[in-house]
Structures are given as structure tokens and as C-alpha cells.
Write a protein that binds this ligand. Structure first.
Ligand code: F3S
Length: 402
């Protein structure tokens, strides 16, 4: 790679050992990817959850912190592997929790902002169109690339912290405009799409296109950011879609010809029948009556929690059942100020802020879950050996509330 004078000085150790190690790793990665230069990144979404990083990842972050490493760009991270407020009373293993707290100490020393969310774009980390960032977390990558028009690859967790310490990533993949051209044309032929349908569109899209870049036609311009959040998260879990364009909606589709004058490599149509059949397939065979409803993958936005609070009215969670809402600390805070946290809690609904069920142990004896998330439905059966019913938020309320 061609290095600038500043980069050469970092490699010589002039800015400390942590930064030197981080840049050495990025140079090796850049060489392997045949990148010619680095680009500067404006923000980093990293990872520090014990459920995926384990002891090796914990030791790696602690080592960088011990060496005096400091993030030089705003850095956030994915949800933690325990609910910080409730892990003890909910019965999480103390040793496991201790490791998560050690990771928290490390990221604080490194100067990360402890947001612990997969929706950093709702919590003040909002990149601009065309801005280079280095984000891990496939759903956030998809949102940043597609809905916001920023530029990032699916940054591996171990490298995200290197980007945070150096403010750099090798220039490759989706940082290059020529690699952002659409390859597959998808037309959605169904009117009146529900929130669940957007998850299902993403599931079908991911299965069919894998890691290619799709351009979607036929979605209403009234599509919400939450709808696109689910579409992208689902496509990134059933496939490896890091960028999609939506005709008349997403920035690159508004500003450019997403096919760059070329013909799509392939085309397909998604009909109402496809959506209903795929949604049916998402249910685990033999799933029984739901004992636990889980929503908020990606993290529920404030609007979604408000909608849920309106939906439940005066109802309570049925005895022996549970309802968990995965969300951010910021949304939890706002709900508290709006009086809705108390309402939800007195109905028996638990706001699980800053964590995620995929990357944490499932406590309790739950065997049959219901969720409104395509990503939860894709991962939870294999992660926790449980059965899933896939249905909208309203059905989650009906399933576990009196
Ligand atoms: Fe977020 Fe966990 Fe889902 S990180 S996207 S809630 S799997």
C-alpha cells in the first residue's frame, strides 16, 4: 500500500504502540485486498459483546486499552451480551456477566461511547451521503449504505477497533463508487405492505441475491426508516446484502442511475403470494403456543415502543408468559420521561435496553417464542434451540397478553 507520511510515522510508533499495532494489521489487510491506499473514516461501529468476542476478544481489547489506545473518531458498539440493569435478577451467569463488564471497562478506556446498540443511526451517529465510515453489524451497515448513502463494508469486529484507533480503513469494496452499482432488479408487486412484509421482502431478497447489490422497485415512497431497517436487517441475515437501492427513496437511487447504464444481471418479482408463503416458512416446524414475545431486532425505535404502548391499552402479560422489548438506553430514557416505561412495566413488559437476544444467553425455560423480526426468526432457533412463530407486533401482543 502507498502510505502517507503521517501513516509512516504511525507505523514507526510515533503515536504509541496501540495505534502502531492497529495500523500494522490494517496494512496487512489492505495488502491482502490489494488496496492501494487508506481512506479516512468519519465514525466506527465496533463490537464488544462477550457472546461473540469471548476471552480472546476481551483480551485483545484489554491489551489495546492497556497500551494506551484511544479512538480518534466517534466510536459506538453493538449491544452487550447481558441486560446491565437486570442480569442478576434474571439469573444470568455471574462469570459471564463479569466478562461483559470487563469488556465495558476496556471500551471506556479506549474512548468508545457506550451506546450498546445496533441502531447507532438513531442515536446521533448519522453519517452523510458519500461519507466513509467503518461499521460492523450487518444491519447497521445495510442501513448506513442504503438508507443514508454513506460508505462502509461489513467491517469485521476485530478490525473495527483498528479503524477506531487510526481513523483509517484500506480503500476497497463499497468505498469505491464502481462497486456500488446495482446488479439485480427486484420488483415488488403488492399493495398495502405491512411492517412484517418489509422483513419478508428482505428475507426473500437475501436468499435470492446473496451478497449482490439489488435495486428494488415498487415500494411506496411513504416507506418508513423502520420499514427499511427491517428490510435490510433481514436481507443481511438470510443473505449477505450490505447495500440495496430503493427506486425513488434511497439517496443513490435519487441521485444516480443505480445500474450505471448497464442491464441488470438478473431480475425477479415478489408478489403477495411470495410474501405470504415465505412468512409461513419462517415459522419453525412444530412451534407451539408462544411463552415469550421478543421484539426489537434491530433495536425498537422510540416510535415503535410508543406504537406498542398504544396497542396494549390496559392489557397485562399473561401469567407464566413474558414480553421483552430490545431497545436503546436513549429510547428507554425517553419512554421514562413520557410515562410509558412505567405503563409497559406495570403491564409486565420488560424494556431490555442495550442488549440483544441473539448474542446473549436465553434465561428462563422458554421453548416457543413469537417475534416480529425476520432477523430474530432467522437466528434464534439455531442460537438457542427454540421454536419461533413469525408474526407482526399485533400478533405478539395477542399471543402473550391477557
Ligand atoms: Fe441488533 Fe441483535 Fe438484531 S444486534 S440487529 S438486536 S441480532
Amino acid at each position: 500500500m502507498q502510505l502517507t507520511d503521517v501513516e509512516k510515522r504511525i507505523l514507526a510508533g510515533e503515536q504509541g504502540e496501540a495505534k502502531q499495532i492497529a495500523l500494522e494489521i490494517l496494512v496487512q489487510m489492505g495488502d491482502a485486498l490489494e488496496a492501494e491506499t487508506f481512506i479516512e473514516v468519519a465514525s466506527v461501529q465496533a463490537m464488544a459483546h462477550f457472546g461473540s468476542l469471548h476471552i480472546a476478544g476481551r483480551d485483545w481489547l484489554e491489551k489495546l486499552a492497556c497500551l494506551g489506545g484511544k479512538c480518534c473518531v466517534p466510536t459506538t458498539q453493538d449491544p452487550a451480551s447481558i441486560p446491565f440493569k437486570y442480569w442478576e435478577e434474571m439469573g444470568y451467569d455471574a462469570e459471564y456477566a463479569k466478562n461483559q463488564y470487563r469488556l465495558q471497562d476496556a471500551i471506556l478506556k479506549l474512548g468508545e461511547m457506550p451506546k450498546w446498540s445496533c441502531t447507532p443511526y438513531y442515536q446521533g451517529s448519522v453519517p452523510r451521503v458519500g461519507q466513509n465510515i467503518a461499521w460492523a453489524e450487518s444491519s447497521a451497515v445495510s442501513f448506513a449504505n442504503s438508507v443514508l448513502g454513506a460508505r462502509t463494508n461489513r467491517t469485521p469486529a476485530g478490525l473495527a477497533i483498528c479503524a477506531a484507533l487510526t481513523g483509517r480503513m484500506p480503500k476497497y469494496g463499497l468505498y469505491l463508487p464502481e462497486n456500488r452499482v446495482a446488479q439485480v432488479k427486484i420488483t415488488v408487486e403488492s399493495e398495502r405492505l405491512t411492517d412484517l412484509d418489509y422483513n419478508t421482502i428482505g428475507i426473500i431478497m437475501g436468499k435470492k441475491v446473496g451478497a449482490k447489490i439489488p435495486a428494488i422497485y415498487g415500494l411506496p415512497t411513504s416507506v418508513t426508516n423502520d420499514n427499511l431497517k427491517y428490510l435490510g436487517a433481514s436481507a443481511a441475515s438470510s443473505g449477505a446484502v450490505a447495500l440495496y437501492h430503493v427506486d425513488g427513496v434511497t439517496p443513490e437511487a435519487l441521485l444516480t442511475d443505480v445500474f450505471a447504464g448497464k442491464k441488470p444481471e438478473e431480475e425477479f418479482v415478489i408478489t403477495r403470494r411470495d410474501l405470504d408463503e415465505e412468512a409461513e416458512k419462517m415459522n419453525t416446524e412444530g412451534v407451539g403456543e408462544a411463552e415469550l414475545a421478543v421484539v426489537g431486532c434491530p433495536h425498537y425505535s422510540s416510535e415503535e415502543v410508543i406504537k406498542l404502548a398504544e396497542r396494549i391499552g390496559d392489557r397485562k402479560v399473561s401469567p407464566g408468559k413474558a414480553f421483552w422489548v430490545f431497545t436503546t438506553a436513549e429510547t428507554e430514557n425517553l419512554m421514562e420521561r413520557m410515562g410509558l416505561k412505567e405503563k409497559l412495566e406495570s403491564a409486565g413488559i420488560r424494556l431490555m435496553a442495550q442488549t440483544c437476544l441473539v448474542i446473549s444467553p436465553l434465561v428462563g425455560n422458554f421453548k416457543n417464542l413469537i417475534t416480529d423480526s425476520g432477523k430474530f426468526a432467522s437466528y434464534l432457533p439455531s442460537e438457542h434451540g427454540i421454536k419461533i412463530r413469525y408474526a407482526g407486533m399485533e400478533a405478539c401482543v395477542e399471543a402473550v397478553m391477557e
